[in-house]
Write a protein that binds this ligand. Structure first.
Ligand SMILES: Cc1cc2nc3c(=O)[nH]c(=O)nc-3n(C[C@H](O)[C@H](O)[C@H](O)COP(=O)(O)OP(=O)(O)OC[C@H]3O[C@@H](n4cnc5c(N)ncnc54)[C@H](O)[C@@H]3O)c2cc1C
Length: 473
């Protein structure tokens, strides 16, 4: 007997309910990761995400080996690949942790039916969110559209379950089972071409990150030990390194939100007796995790979030024809606005950008340059190591004004004031834009005041538009 564990956005062995359940049977366990870029509606990964995935799979393979579980890599439509692997492995059971995108759920539902019809035991588990998106609803049974009541409701629920320990290698039995069972062919990871080669642009990513479960656990420990007390005061300052940097690890499931939650609560409880301020700091930090939950909730109930305005009245917004030159200048960090350019260059070099600066560059693109937020969302999708199918479009729409609980459209971030407030000494800007203040630095692409007024005028035309859903065909 063999159990197959299908890994997806849960590239870890600790607190992995599907893996734990499979190991608990005491039979042989085979892990599989399917690179599925062909199933309808599944969004192909961006370049930085592909780089991360390569490193993370290497790390997962090593962790699984230590508990006697081989990792099989296959490429193709999951609906065909997974049953094939189950057959090759002579499996009688398949386990996975749930995912929440519509296309992914369609694939998973079809597989569950098909595998069960073929006589296999199929079990799915909750692992990637503290609250599955359908478990928190308003009193009227509707999805939440405002963060504060959503988080209040979440906070009134029983505490998220405790993380599960990493399963251990069972003594003896697995080896003999493995010898008797057919080996399952795996594709070489290198053959997937996830890493850039010509040119190799990933040097900055390698320098900035250590993908994999151990790297994530170390980041969390370092954050809780050293940075948490500073977090409430300094988390908006991009020059300071006081945020957790856990977003790619959470995106790929190298660490579970349950682990982050309970470790933070443990530190909070320990600090309550001594270190002043940690209780509030812990709540501030966990509230950010709440935004991740809220983005997943909103996206679950509005699955085309990267394409469709959440507030449909924004469909009437008349974006001017795309100015490709302006978009390219923004992407390359050549707008002549120091904070925007610093952010965009940080993104290109390291695969991330500080949250405050993400808001500023998104506002600049969608309002000062009047470029449709979807172009910015797509660029982030390609370049962020934490590119997330829910959080990325959710936040873009939040800044653009078309999203759930969004900043009102007329809130145009002024990048000069934002720099004065959050990078007053210019340390962050200078780190990424060394030629700032020299003749080599470009002139501003647009006048901030004029472009702001033009954006507000465009918004005025849509402000009173009412969305009426298209009549059914
Ligand atoms: C335009 C735009 C696009 C974004 N795209 C993404 C994305 O693709 N993936 C992504 O994970 N985050 C995205 N964010 C949210 C946020 O910028 C990052 O999560 C954060 O900068 C990650 O740094 P950190 O891990 O040090 O955060 P911390 O401050 O340490 O926060 C802890 C965790 O909370 C979560 N979190 C914090 N803020 C948010 C938020 N606003 N929305 C959702 N989750 C949040 C993240 O998982 C983060 O790791 C985006 C924000 C903006 C404005």
């Amino acid at each position: 007997m063999t159990a197959v564990v299908w890994f997806r956005d849960d590239l870890r062995v600790g607190d992995n309910p599907a893996l734990t359940a499979a190991m608990a049977r005491g039979t042989r366990v085979v892990a599989v990761y399917v690179l599925d870029e062909v199933s309808p509606g599944v969004r192909p990964l961006g370049g930085a995400a592909r780089w991360w995935l390569h490193q993370s799979l290497q790390s997962l393979r090593a962790s699984l080996e230590r508990i006697g579980v081989p990792l099989v890599l296959r490429r193709g439509a999951a609906e065909a690949v997974l049953p094939a692997v189950a057959t090759e492995a002579a499996a009688d059971a398949v386990f996975w942790n749930r995912r929440y995108g519509r296309a992914e759920r369609t694939v998973d539902a079809a597989l569950k039916l098909g595998l069960r019809a073929a006589g296999l035991h199929v079990q799915s588990h909750a692992a990637s969110l503290l609250y599955e998106p359908w478990t928190l609803m308003t009193g009227a049974g509707q999805p939440y559209s405002v963060f504060t009541p959503f988080w209040r409701r979440a906070s009134s629920m029983p505490e998220p379950r405790r993380p599960l320990p990493a399963p251990e290698r069972p003594a003896g039995s697995l080896q003999s089972a493995a010898v008797q069972s057919p080996p399952v062919q795996s594709e070489p990871l290198d053959s997937w071409g996830l890493q850039p080669s010509a040119p190799d642009w990933a040097g900055g990513l390698r320098a900035a990150w250590r993908p994999g479960e151990q790297g994530a656990l170390d980041l969390l420990a370092e954050f809780l030990d050293e940075k948490l007390p500073l977090y409430p005061e300094q988390r908006d300052e991009p020059a300071e390194d006081v945020t957790s940097r856990l977003s790619p690890a959470l995106r790929w499931g190298e660490i579970s939100p349950h682990t982050v939650w309970h470790e933070t609560m443990r530190v909070r409880a320990a600090a309550a007796s001594g270190r002043i301020g940690s209780e509030g700091a812990a709540s501030t930090f966990l509230r950010q995790l709440g935004w991740r939950e809220f983005a997943a909730h909103v996206s679950f109930h509005a699955p085309d979030l990267h394409r469709v305005n959440w507030r449909r009245e924004f469909d009437a917004f008349e974006w001017p024809p795309l100015d490709q030159g302006a978009l390219t200048a923004w992407q390359r960090g050549q707008t002549g606005v120091p904070l925007v350019d610093a952010g965009m260059r940080e993104l290109w070099a390291t695969g991330t950008m500080h949250n405050r600066v993400r808001m500023v560059v998104a506002s600049y693109l969608s309002k000062n340059l009047l470029i449709d937020w979807r172009h910015g969302e797509e660029w982030f999708w390609q370049t962020l190591v934490d590119a997330d199918a829910a959080s990325n479009p959710f936040n873009w729409q939040w800044v653009a004004g078309s999203g759930a609980d969004a900043a009102p459209y007329f809130r145009v971030f002024n990048p000069v004031l934002q720099q004065q407030k959050f990078d007053p000494h210019g340390s962050y800007v200078r780190r990424h834009v060394p030629e700032w203040g020299t003749p080599e630095y470009p002139e501003p692409l647009v006048d901030l005041g004029e472009s702001r007024r033009a954006a507000l005028a465009a918004y005025d035309r849509v402000k009173h538009a009412k969305y009426s859903a298209p009549a059914p065909a």
